[in-house]
Design a protein around this ligand. Structure first.
Ligand code: URA
Length: 443
């Protein structure tokens, strides 16, 4: 294999063969191909894309570079959800225990905060004692006994993706739809799934700001999932404002508990029911959205989903007392309420500004090895289109000191714009399956 000539052919728009891709990626995995050559190849892929066959081979090679969860001989269907990342996105933490009460199992592989977005693992680790670093054997055992486990990508899962992802991060090659799809699916397919639902966020707080890019990512990822025998569908959900109410690690856990108690914000509940219904249908245990929704609503109303969350926390070393007493979660030293400066209609609540402010307050990382303060963040009770009176409480800042309160207040004042008109984009705008795309407009 002459790597320079593979780069040259890819740069010229030619497809590499499956054996060429396999040999190249495997050699990269053992350090036989240096980063500088792989970086040049990634940039060629960034501009030229991948054919369907190349995409399949790249994904498959990354998938098989590591281990997979092994559920052979177990007939409970496994299903997961992947979100492309947003601000205040806490759906995974509610969905895992909820779905585990509906005759499916959820081996949920999650990530940490990236850029301005928060990460499920960081949120879970705000629960005192909670351990996300499960081994594959521990995760398998827990999924079989409890129906769900929540873990991070260990060194065992798709190690070539891990290495390539770090390289893409520093060579401006993250934002390539085929490379993103291959990277996501090489990890998700290692979970031994029967079904997968993608939650593709769109809007200013998402990585895929435009609907067209979000649809392209959904279609590419669905093609890969289906080619690997995993029924894959996608919903496009709104990230042009933070989902109510909270943004920040422990605050979001508290909101997940309220949602599992049936007392959370209605828009979060709506997105959870939409994603959860897709998950039940992709696992083949519900025939249509009405049946799926009924099962989810029963699991919430009966308290079973909340009980399962307590069991999940306990199984992973966390303190389940947070369910009855959220004050057991890390609490901010300082809280300040922001009031509307004038009467009017909320025009926008800019999610990116809020996500970056959580990092500024210490709730996210500026460097890879930073510790995070789980107690800080925001509760925002308004959304675009809401009418507010002057002096009405619209948000709160949770910080560790007066400096944090000042920074948080400044962020809220910039992010929440009050004017004369404001409109809301649909919470769930499109459903994409292998058969095509439907416009949904769920508000
Ligand atoms: N998430 C991933 O796992 N991979 C990407 O390339 C982008 C987001």
């Amino acid at each position: 294999m002459v790597v320079a000539s593979l780069i040259e052919r890819k740069r010229g728009g030619e497809a590499l063969t499956a054996p060429e891709w396999r040999e190249l990626l495997q050699a990269y995995g053992t350090d036989a191909v240096p980063d500088y050559q792989m970086a040049a190849l990634l940039m060629a892929v960034f501009f030229q894309g991948l054919t369907a066959e190349e995409l399949y081979t790249v994904t498959d090679t990354m998938l098989h570079s590591g281990a997979s969860l092994d559920f052979d001989g177990w007939d409970t269907p496994r299903v997961d959800k992947h979100s492309t990342g947003g601000v205040g996105d806490k759906t995974s933490i509610v969905l895992a225990p909820l779905l585990a009460c509906c005759d499916v199992a959820v081996p949920m592989l999650s990530g940490r905060g990236l850029g301005h977005t928060g990460g499920t693992l960081d949120k879970l680790e705000s629960i005192p004692g909670f351990r996300t670093g499960l081994s594959l054997e521990e995760a398998e055992r827990q999924v079989r006994t409890l129906g769900c486990a929540m873990l991070g990508q260990s060194r065992d899962i798709a190690p070539i993706d891990r290495k390539l992802y770090a390289l893409r991060d520093v060579t401006a090659t993250i934002e390539s739809i085929p490379l993103i799809a291959a990277s996501i699916m090489s990890k998700k397919l290692a979970e031994g799934l029967n079904g997968l639902v993608l939650d593709v966020k769109t809007g200013s707080g998402a990585f895929m700001v435009d609907v067209e890019d979000a649809l392209a990512l959904a279609r590419t990822t669905i093609e890969l999932g289906e080619a690997h025998g995993c029924r894959t569908t996608a919903l496009l959900t709104a990230m042009d404002r933070p989902p109510r109410w909270s943004v920040g690690n422990s605050l979001e856990i508290e909101e997940c508990i309220s949602t599992l108690q049936g007392e959370g914000p209605s828009d979060l509940a709506e997105v959870i029911l939409a994603l959860g219904s897709e998950m039940l249908m992709s696992a083949g245990v519900a025939g249509d959205p009405t049946e799926a929704r009924c099962r989810l609503e029963d699991a919430l109303a009966s308290g079973k989903a909340l009980e399962r969350f307590a069991a999940l926390i306990e199984a992973q070393g966390g303190n389940p007392a947070i369910i009855d007493d959220p004050a057991v979660l890390p609490q901010a030293e300082e809280i300040e309420v922001l009031e509307a400066s004038a009467a009017g209609v909320v025009q926008s609540v800019e999610p990116r500004r809020i996500g970056l402010a959580v990092i500024e307050l210490g709730g996210g990382r500026q460097r890879l090895d930073d510790d995070i303060d789980p107690s800080v963040g925001f509760v925002i009770s308004v959304k675009p289109g809401d009418r507010v009176a002057a002096g009405e409480a619209i948000a709160s800042v949770f910080a560790r000191d007066a400096e944090g309160i000042r920074a948080g207040r400044a962020a809220l004042e910039e992010a929440i714009v009050i004017g004369e008109v404001g409109s809301l984009t649909p919470l769930v705008s499109h459903r994409v399956t292998a058969a095509g795309t439907e416009v949904l407009e769920v508000t």
